[in-house]
Structures are given as C-alpha cells and as structure tokens.
Design a protein around this ligand. Structure first.
Ligand SMILES: O=C([O-])CC(=O)C(=O)O
Ligand SMILES: [Mg+2]
Length: 602
C-alpha cells in the first residue's frame, strides 16, 4: 500500500488534509469520531457512524428512486467522484443492475448529452478524463505529465488508457468530444470486472473537430467547433499523442476505442507490432462474438457440421470485418481449414448490398479482404436478396441500423435453419438489428441469439419456459485481456492472445449456464471470468515468448508445465494469482488510524 507516513512516523498536517479531502480515502459517514477529530472533519457531517452496508443501502435507494436512466447515470457519476470505494462496492455487488447504467445502453444517451451534463458529474476541479485537442499539439507531453488520473495518487502511474476521437461512438456515429463517456465507462468496467486500480486508469478523448451538425450548432457543445481534420493531420496528431503517452508512461497499455472504421483498422495495423495496444471494436468485439459463436456452433452441431456454416454479416465496418476475421481463426484452429477455405464461409453485406469485387464501386480497403469473386457477375442489392443467395446459417448484425432484421428476415432464417443463429450486435439497444422477443417470436423460439446490449429474458407463452439472450458485448473480453496483458507485459498483443481470450471465455460457462443453453456466462460472474481470460492471455504470451514479467514467466512455467497441451486446463494457481492481484474496494487498509489519532494528540 502507498505509504502516507512522513519521515518521523507520523502523518503531517498536509497529509491529514489530503486524506480528509480525498474521495478515495475519506469514507464519509463510516468514519469513527476519533478519526473525524483527527482529520478535523468533526462537525462536517451529522453524528451517526454507519456501516459500509448502510451507506450502500442508502445510495441504492436514492439511485432506484430516479425516474430516468440518464439521471441514474448522473447520480452514479457523482457518487464515483465523491466516494470512489462506495461506488465500486455497489457496482461490483450489483453488476447486473449497474452495468447498463454506467455502460451500454445508458452511456450512449449520456454521450449524446455529454456537453449538457458533464459539468454536473463531479465537484469542480475533478476531471472525467484527459482531453487533448488539436490546439494542444505543441504541449502534448507536458499536458499528459500534468494530468493526474483521478482519484489522485501521485505515487501511482496509469496502467491502461482507453482512447477515442469520438468519431464512431457505439452505433451513434460522430459525437465529437461528447464521446468521452465511452473511455470513462470502459475504464469503470476495467475496475469492476477485472480489478484494475481505479487510480491507474486513464480515459482520453482527442478532439480533432466533429462533423456532427447538431453538435456544431449546439450552443453548449464543449469541443472544438470545427469540422474534422483531414487524414494527414489525423494520423500525425494521433502519432504525436501515442508517442507522448509512451514517453511519459512507457508501460501503458493503450486501448483504441470507437474510432471510425477506416481509421480503426489503419491505426491497429500501424501500431500493433511495436506498441502495447489493441483495438476493442475490432479485436475485443471479434473475440467476444467468436466465443459466442463457438458455443452456438456446439448447440447446433447435430444439424450443421461446424465447417458447413455460412455466415452473413450485415455491416462491414470495423466491428463487422473485425468479427469476421476473428471467426476465421475458429475454423482454422479448431477445424484445420486453410485461410482461403475459411474465408469462403463469410459474406459481407453493406448499404449497397453484397460486397463483391465487381460491384462497380470503390470498396473501402478493409472490405476488400472478404469481397466475393464467385458471384458470376450477379449483384445482390439488399439484405433480403443476399439472404436468398447465401442461405446463411448465421446472420450477424453490426450495421447500427435498429430493427433492420425485420419479421420477414427472421422468418426466412427460421425457414432455412432448424436453429438459426442471429446476432444483432449493434449498440446501444435502439440500434440493435432486432430484439430478442422479435427473434424468438419469428423463429418459433428456435433462435440462437446474442446481442450487443442486454435484452430482457423471454418467457415462451405456451410452455412458460424462460429463455435467456446472450450478451455478445466486448465487456467479457477487454477487462480480462487488458489485465492479462498488464500482468504479463508482452511486447505486443497478438492474434493468438486474442484467440486464447475468446476460447477461454467460451469454456468458462458453468454446468448450470450450459444447461440453460447460455452462450456467455452470467454478468454477475464477470470478475471470475475476467481472471480466467487474463490467465489464458498470460499463458499464451509466455508461450509465444513475448511476456516480459519475470515472476509471471516463472509462475506459468511451473503451473502450466505442458504449455503446448494446455487446452482445457484451468491453470488454477495462475487464476488465483490474478484474482489476488485484483483491486477490491475493501481489500486495502487505506490509512493508519492510530497514526492519525496519535498525530492529533501531539
Ligand atoms: O461499448 C460497447 O458496448 C461495445 C462497443 O465497443 C461498441 O459498441 O463500440
Ligand atoms: Mg466500442
């Protein structure tokens, strides 16, 4: 733990002041009177001394009394910024209730409104994250150095940064600087789901303008009021930011988030070999869908041989192509198919129809890989036409077009397949290509379903049986992947590490979860699941010879003697070690009460 004691073994007045004012150290109404006296905070709150549970109960009652989810978001942000550990106690114990409020879908609403609400999320002087705008270009390194991650602790350096330019926030498009809600939300999940210390997280939004007219015309918009810069300036600015970040924090893991598709791919290609980074929308979403797909394939394998699937992707942006590429790994690794063979199982559809090489338009770079050349000159302009042509076993939506998997399309998938796999993955909920209820009704309840945002369970009217939708959200991957990477410190994050995260997530289901035909573990188990994912990433990084943490390397070599035959192994010691390394709001003794009391008596 950080040492707050001065040279003589006592807290000095300055330290006492900083504890009293710290939303991390000061525990408000649970503080005993002796400590309140010592901190000189006696009289600043009523006399009651409460337990942490009472504090939590009160906060939950307040939270639940709010009538809209946006109000709940604002309440939770305020709580986080005034009593960090109480906030995380609540998030961790009530994950299923709180995740949709601090993350998708509510974070989408919060981002749209961010310039209107952000001044009211924290007391003055408390940053929600680091903003770097075009005008900061000459001083980037200094600004990064000056920024103190919140809650403040100068003895701790950030371990993980989530960085966006706000250009493609969820399925909501270009929100400019309002996108800050996303890095903030993702990093809260790093804390809650993977036990990263909140004081070591760094949300970053770079502001290179916005093409969002509504923002540009909004008198309260807080970002640069100009159109986005061109590609040259974009890449050069991002490069300057990455270089400055690494200069200030050489071991920082950088997660790229919600960049527009074209930029997302190019940034990943540019940095993935030499920089400690990954892209959550390409690799995180890719891995989580792969994991759900592995389990979906198992549920239908009596009827469809795994290598006979035909996968139709509606939406060919970073997520669509990222997911499709990850799925290829499954066919290659688990079924020995060549890349060319596996690629033939994938068809992409975008707004102009089936993506083919001879369609006549200039395809974006990232679409060319999957563009078909076996269409004999025929073109298929709509999703319906593409479905008739491909006859897919699985329909994956990453189009950001809410409701586009309409009744007709769902019915057709049900005619074509005994158990159609339908994954409407766009976020937030309004952008999902269909609801769980619509998919169940349109397929006589035979659908195998996962969405990006959690839908409610559905009870089949005739049988009374309740079915649970899968939530194919990258929150099952990025916290564990990031934690594993932070612990093993590989030189780079590789496809094999990503694959390991996905296949481990797929096998992390309990017998009960399997008996309910779930595709993903229940959210309330996410801390344990993240530990397993992290362990898998660590083992892979060591196996690849890329890990650089000596202690981890030794431990893996002892714990997982036969690295090459480790499939299906649980690596219990390593998982335990990872869990022991997780930050927990109650695990630390934050200051020495005796020392403070001793000081006040002097
Ligand atoms: O944030 C989420 O819920 C998933 C995600 O990365 C995205 O939709 O861009
Ligand atoms: Mg994202």
């Amino acid at each position: 733990m950080p040492n707050h004691i001065n040279g003589k073994g006592h807290y000095n007045a300055e330290k006492i002041e900083s504890i009293a004012r710290s939303p991390y150290l000061n525990q408000g109404t649970t503080t005993p009177h002796s400590i309140r006296n010592a901190l000189h905070t006696a009289g600043l709150s009523p006399s009651a001394v409460e337990t942490a549970d009472q504090q939590k109960k009160r906060a939950l009652i307040q939270l639940r009394s709010k009538s809209s989810n946006l109000e709940k978001y604002i309440f939770l942000a305020w709580l986080r910024n005034t009593n960090v550990r109480l906030f995380y106690r609540i998030v961790i114990s009530e994950l299923e209730e709180i995740t949709p409020l601090i993350y998708t879908p509510t974070v989408g609403t919060a981002c749209v409104e961010y310039s209107h609400i952000s001044p009211f999320l924290a007391p003055p002087g408390i940053p929600d994250g680091l903003y770097l705008s075009l005008n900061d270009r000459p001083n980037l390194t200094q600004i990064i150095k000056n920024y103190r991650p919140y809650p403040f602790d100068v003895s701790l350096t950030p371990q993980i940064a989530v960085i966006t330019d706000g250009s493609r926030i969820l399925g909501l498009g270009d929100l400019g600087v309002n996108g800050m809600g996303i890095p903030v939300g993702k990093l809260q999940l790093y804390v809650a789901a993977a036990g990263i210390d909140p004081r070591r997280t760094l949300p970053i939004t770079i502001d290179l303008g916005t093409n969002n007219e509504k923002n540009l015309n909004d008198e309260f918009y807080l970002g640069l009021r100009k159109r986005r810069v061109d590609d040259n300036e974009f890449y050069s600015f991002v490069d300057a930011v990455i270089k400055s970040l690494i200069k200030v924090y050489p071991e920082l893991l950088i997660q790229f988030e919600d960049f527009s598709s074209e930029h997302a791919f190019d940034l990943l290609t540019k940095y993935r070999e030499n920089t400690f980074c990954f892209n959550d929308d390409i690799q995180g979403t890719g891995a989580v869908v792969l994991s759900g797909f592995i389990n979906a394939v198992k549920l239908v394998e009596k009827d469809v041989h795994p290598t006979k699937h035909r996968l139709l992707f509606f939406g060919a942006g970073s997520a669509g192509v990222g997911v499709a590429k990850q799925l290829l790994e499954f066919f290659k690794i688990e079924h020995g198919m060549s890349e060319e063979e596996a690629k033939k199982l994938v068809w992409l559809v975008d707004t102009k129809g089936l993506v083919t090489l001879d369609r006549g338009d200039k395809l974006a770079k990232h679409k060319i890989y999957f563009a078909r050349d076996d269409n004999n000159g025929s073109q298929f302009k709509t999703l319906e036409e593409a479905i008739e042509y491909v006859k897919p076993t699985a329909l994956v939506g990453l189009s950001s077009t809410g409701g586009v998997f309409n009744e007709k399309i769902i019915n057709r998938m049900a005619e074509l397949n005994k158990n159609p796999i339908i994954f409407p993955l766009s976020n937030p909920m309004v952008n999902a290509e269909c609801t769980f209820e619509a998919a169940m009704k349109g397929t006589d309840n035979r659908v195998i379903f996962a969405s990006g945002t959690a839908f409610p369970a559905y009870t089949v009217p005739k049988t009374g049986k309740t079915k649970y939708p899968g939530q194919g959200n990258n929150m099952y991957i990025f916290p564990g992947l990031g934690l594993g990477a932070i612990l093993a410190k590989p030189k780079s994050i590789t496809d094999r590490q990503i694959y390991a995260s996905a296949s481990t997530l797929a096998t992390s289901l309990t017998e009960k979860e399997k008996s309910l035909e779930l595709l993903y573990p229940v959210v309330s188990r996410i801390r344990h699941v993240s530990a397993q994912v992290a362990a898998a990433v660590i083992v892979e990084a060591v196996d690849e010879g890329l890990a650089r943490d000596e202690q981890i390397i030794k431990m893996v070599q002892n714990d997982c003697k036969e690295l090459k035959t480790r499939q299906g192994k649980k690596w219990d010691n390593l998982v335990k070690f990872v869990q022991e390394n997780m930050w927990d709001p109650d695990s630390e003794k934050f200051f020495n009460s005796e020392e403070i009391i001793g000081k006040s008596r002097m």
